[in-house]
Design a protein around this ligand. Structure first.
Ligand SMILES: *Cc1c(COP(=O)(O)O)cnc(C)c1O
Length: 344
């Protein structure tokens, strides 16, 4: 008998499209509309972003996070520049060199990052280590919010990095593939953890939140976004039927729909971590600030769960990574924990 594979916790992109985004797609499917973002839904979605962030930002929609990050970083850097980021950063480990490719050679420099968060002292060490022309000139700081280890920077931590970046002439890029999970876990405004803290450009994640194929690139520093639309087009990231992307964003940013889904994922991650943490031999590796649980599982639990069909990854962060999404239910969590308990 073959066991059915269960991808519930493998990633927050194994879930489908949430009902609200699906409904927005359906509603946008009316008649004819101008293409390439010239439609009224796109204008309204961009305006909604400006209200959400309480500032006059420039917004562009692309299809995925790798494109968002690498095109944004390419905008901040010239080919001889460097980007300071964390060891675990997605731009370093999971984008197949796209930031280097699109920037035509900007070098990524890795700073210490306990619990996945950049250590300001080490950022400063790298930023000031050399100023001769043989070293790639530091120009950008890339911060992931939430981090790849499921932790969340507090507003003061981002503001601290922002001040440091300003002092050393670094622009700030925020990889927000899970920005809404971070935001839902903090008692703060979107503005306070972005532009008010010094962030120049945010890659705002839609897909993992529950939307179909979209991330928004939000420029708070509008000087930097001058020719961004050309970059998107050249990279094959300009959607001709843009209204289907913008309609989803419009819906998700309305009535706190983003918050409903992000909070639900976060709460269930905590439920999962609390329950797993009680099993003998299981160690929860990092604070569960958002929708990720990293657990060091005894080998027999790990193999037992895999035998029962649960799929999850164990190559990040020194343990097994379990992700929750908008679709995760209490029953999913309890079923996973029950199976883990059998092998504990
Ligand atoms: C998922 C993810 C991305 C985006 O990945 P794509 O597969 O290119 O959409 C970017 N950054 C982080 C931290 C991620 O987890």
């Amino acid at each position: 008998m073959s066991t059915e594979l269960k991808y519930h916790f493998a990633s927050d992109n194994t879930s489908g499209v949430c009902p609200e985004a699906w409904q927005a797609l359906e509603e946008a499917n009316q008649g004819y509309q101008p293409s390439y973002g010239a439609d009224s839904i796109t204008a309204e979605a961009c305006e909604t972003f400006r209200c959400f962030f309480e500032t006059d930002c420039d917004v562009y929609f692309v299809f995925n996070g790798t494109a968002a990050n690498s095109l944004a970083l390419a905008t901040l850097c010239r080919s001889y520049n460097s980007i300071i980021t964390a060891h675990e950063a997605h731009v370093e480990t999971d984008e197949c060199g796209a930031p280097e490719f699109f920037s035509h050679g900007s070098k990524i420099l890795l700073a210490r990052s306990p619990l996945g968060k950049l250590d300001p002292a080490d950022v400063e060490r790298i930023a000031t280590s050399r100023n001769d022309l043989h070293f790639p000139k530091p120009r950008a700081l890339s911060i992931s919010q939430s981090t790849e280890l499921g932790t969340v920077y507090r507003p003061g931590e981002i503001a601290g990095l922002g001040a440091l970046a300003k002092q050393h002439g670094l622009a700030i890029h925020m990889d927000g593939a899970r920005f809404f999970n971070a935001l839902a876990g903090l008692n703060t405004s979107p503005a306070d953890i972005t532009w008010r803290a010094g962030v120049d450009v945010l890659c705002c994640g839609g897909t993992k939140l529950g939307m179909a194929v979209t991330e928004a690139v939000v420029f708070f520093n509008k000087d930097l976004s001058q020719d961004f639309q050309y970059r998107c087009k050249q990279a094959g990231q300009l959607s001709s039927k843009m209204r289907f992307i913008s309609a989803q964003w419009l819906r998700m940013l309305t009535n706190d729909t983003w918050k409903k889904h992000a909070s639900s994922a976060n709460v269930l991650a905590r439920r999962l971590s609390d329950a797993l943490g009680h099993l003998p031999g299981v160690q929860i590796l990092y604070p569960v600030d958002a929708n990720a649980v990293f657990a060091k599982l005894p080998e027999k639990i790990k193999t037992g769960l895999k035998e029962r069909g649960w799929v999850f990854y164990s190559f990040i962060g020194g343990g097994s990574r379990l992700m929750c999404s908008w679709r995760t239910t209490e029953a999913d969590v309890d079923a996973f924990v029950a199976d883990a308990t059998v092998f504990a």
